[in-house]
Design a protein around this ligand. Structure first.
Ligand code: SF4
Length: 383
């Protein structure tokens, strides 16, 4: 029978072969920082992500054995994706998409590799091994498990940072009903006196205890939030249309170690997929589905994505964007109409006010009408 030491060595080698750059092993012991997580929930810093606070998930996060009673070992894996410099020039008339979303959806790419690793372990062990695989999908505190498995430390920006590759990587975990050799935790905090991420965050949502108030996080607002983006936060979103990398971009560990050629599994998709704000605001449901099939961006659905595009145009657009926004004022989706109205209120020009006035005559949705009135006020105040 293979020893835990031999099995660990063989498993790590196979994980590297499957494309994971980081591999560590820890125990299924209850997380030491569960109290921080519970306080975060109690303060409603998870915003509208209600599934995080569900009682069943709270219990499972408190103890991995609640998920897999036979669990003896947790394998934690990291897989790199290219940093935002790839492709290098997609700002200007196009919006900013977080770098993790430039490639294929990791929810589609990683599970088959995790299953392949489990098969490998079962073959080596000569028996079925109870297991549970997660790719950002399970009720476990994955960054703490990763720190315990020696993969890095949890930075002030709340990302797991590895001292050799920075923080542009996905985490995945496999709970295993078999013993492996456990790695030493990553004990050091290499943030030191640096506060660059906290200083750079446009919405000041990074809290002193290494958590984030999701209510203000641009990633939350542009990906997870399904409803209207609070008006006071819209200007701070800038040209971000899906996620945000600012707290990673300013981190010295990424500036030093992030490599454009890293992450072969998540190469950016075809260049014609780059978002152009004006163009994307006119995407039909069919065009949206076609364009973002297999991309993480499909998570927002068309209504969320076009909402974000409208906000980005409001923040960065010019008079030449007014016709596209005026058309969006007549979209079937009220959420898109409301944000197009706001955007028109941000762009100077008589055409903005004319488009808003015309739309107000036929608009029946109360929320959209309120947005149109506010936008018209903005237009008139500028005169
Ligand atoms: Fe830590 Fe500085 Fe990186 Fe923030 S920017 S995570 S404080 S090293």
């Amino acid at each position: 029978m293979i020893s835990p030491s031999e099995l660990t060595k063989a498993t790590k080698k196979e994980a590297h072969r499957l494309g994971f750059q980081l591999v560590g092993v820890t125990t299924p012991d209850p997380p030491a920082h569960l109290d921080v997580y519970v306080q975060w929930l109690d303060a409603s810093h998870h915003a509208g992500m209600g599934w995080m606070a569900a009682e069943r998930n709270r219990q499972r996060r408190a103890d991995p054995l609640q998920i897999l009673p036979e669990c003896e070992t947790v394998l934690v894996l990291g897989v790199r994706y290219p940093p935002p410099s790839v492709p290098p020039d997609f700002r200007g008339e196009t919006g900013v998409v977080a770098s993790y979303a430039w490639g294929d959806d990791y929810h589609d790419v990683l599970p088959e590799r995790l299953r392949a690793l489990v098969s490998f372990i079962e073959t080596q062990a000569g028996r079925p091994v109870p297991n549970r695989c997660y790719t950002d999908t399970g009720p476990i505190l994955e960054r703490e498990l990763a720190q315990r498995a020696g993969l890095g430390w949890i930075g002030k920006n709340t990302n797991l940072i590895n001292p050799n590759i920075g923080s542009y990587f996905f985490l995945a975990e496999i709970l295993l009903g078999i013993k492996l050799e456990v790695d030493a935790p990553f004990a050091a905090d290499r943030c030191g006196t640096c506060t660059r991420c906290i200083d750079a965050c446009p919405t000041n949502c990074i809290l002193p205890n290494r958590t984030i108030d999701s209510n203000g996080c641009i990633s939350y607002l542009t990906i997870e939030l399904k409803a209207s983006i609070p008006a006071e936060l819209r200007p701070k979103i800038g040209d971000h249309i899906f996620g945000c990398d600012i707290c990673q971009q300013v981190c010295p560990w990424n500036q030093r170690f992030a490599r454009p050629d890293a992450g072969r599994l998540f190469r950016p998709r075809l260049e014609e997929d780059n978002p152009t704000l004006r163009h994307d605001l006119a995407l039909s449901p069919q065009e949206f589905n076609r364009k973002f099939a297999g991309s993480p961006i499909k998570r927002t659905k068309r209504r969320g994505y076009l909402r974000n595009v409208a906000v980005a145009l409001g923040n960065t657009g010019s008079a030449s964007d007014i016709p596209a926004l005026a058309r969006a004022l007549h979209d079937d989706e009220p959420l898109i109409r409301a944000h197009a109205a706001w955007a028109l209120g941000q762009i100077d020009g008589d055409e903005s006010a004319n488009a808003l006035t015309t739309a107000a005559r036929t608009e029946v949705d109360e929320i959209v009408l309120t947005e149109i009135q506010s936008a018209l006020t903005e237009c008139y105040d500028r005169r």
